[in-house]
Design a protein around this ligand. Sequence first.
Ligand SMILES: Nc1ncnc2c1ncn2[C@@H]1O[C@H](COP(=O)(O)OP(=O)(O)OP(=O)(O)O)[C@@H](O)[C@H]1O
Ligand SMILES: [Mg+2]
Length: 353
Amino acid sequence: MSENTAPVPEVDVESTPLLKVRGLTTAFKSSGAMTNIIEGIDFNLYPHETLAIVGESGCGKSVTSLSIMRLIQSPGKIVGGSVELEGTDLLQLSEEEMRGVRGNKVSMIFQEPMTSLNPVFTVGSQVMESFQIHQHLSKPEAREKTIEMLRLVGIPAPETVFKEYPHELSGGLRQRVMIAMALACRPRVLIADEPTTALDVTIQAQILRLLRELMDETGTATILITHDLGVVAQIATYVMVMYAGQAVEYGSVRQIIEDPLHPYTLGLLQCLPRLHEKTDRLFTIPGAVPSPDSYPAGCRFCPRCNRACERCRDERPPLMELPDGRRVRCWLYADAEGAVDVSTAAPKGGESA
Ligand SMILES: Nc1ncnc2c1ncn2[C@@H]1O[C@H](COP(=O)(O)OP(=O)(O)OP(=O)(O)O)[C@@H](O)[C@H]1O
Ligand SMILES: [Mg+2]
């Protein structure tokens, strides 16, 4: 108990966002000039929640997560916004302070697993170190926990893999080791960039269950980046749909899956293979994501949109918040009843906390 008698403000931990991202904007050099690759990304992440970030290849999902971790390599640069973790803006920390946050309060499972395992140490010693540092376990306890965790992420013969070096493992096994390492840290926020895409379905399901358990047990919040809307439906609380570097729709998983508003979200859902339906070809949205140096003047999705009108070609749509709390960046909803332009405002939930 503290001896300090000063009144302590009551904080409802469950309704205070762990992570508040506001206006996050990151640029890369392209044909000599800096071009925004992601722009004005806003969201709140609460304990136990999973925010899924979805969108086609090149929409800026990885750049968003790398920006949160401050792992954007020069000449790329975060040029605006804030990333508040439990009240501290990570963008204001020194590089050394940031190193203390990574793999500790925030840990990340990367899309490219080889880059984040150290080639000169055995797999076991690397996972074990996580347990020792973050859960203050003795060496024998950490060893036991490591073997258990390797087994939990679906690694056959974990005692053998424990003694192996990263290059001796297949890509799928390395990915599972990375997941084991990230979970061993018991992070406040876990960022998982396509964590299970390369793995077979049974292992995928097992790993998603593990993530769920970790979240229930420790209150960890997860940002899950995935192409797989089936996974989103299983595990997400909220969904942010990204297109060409911007959030085009944001809402609860139910809103997004059952009642998508943005024509792009609708297109993504139509690309899903339907159970029990025999089709020779899957639907794909015609056209491709424009590159950042050739964004159209109006709506970035306009050239591929089957509901586009004149206004969409000429004017950029604002991000509108609807009375049910969802956000959408599309002219179709700009005049909807009760819609409010929040292009530059923060999401409602976070500010009321
Ligand atoms: N280091 C970089 N320098 C310049 N441009 C980059 C760099 N990294 C990413 N980009 C560009 O940023 C955009 C977004 O890339 P990002 O990797 O975030 O996409 P993504 O949504 O994660 O795609 P995927 O689903 O394929 O992983 C792309 O147009 C990409 O070419
Ligand atoms: Mg990516």
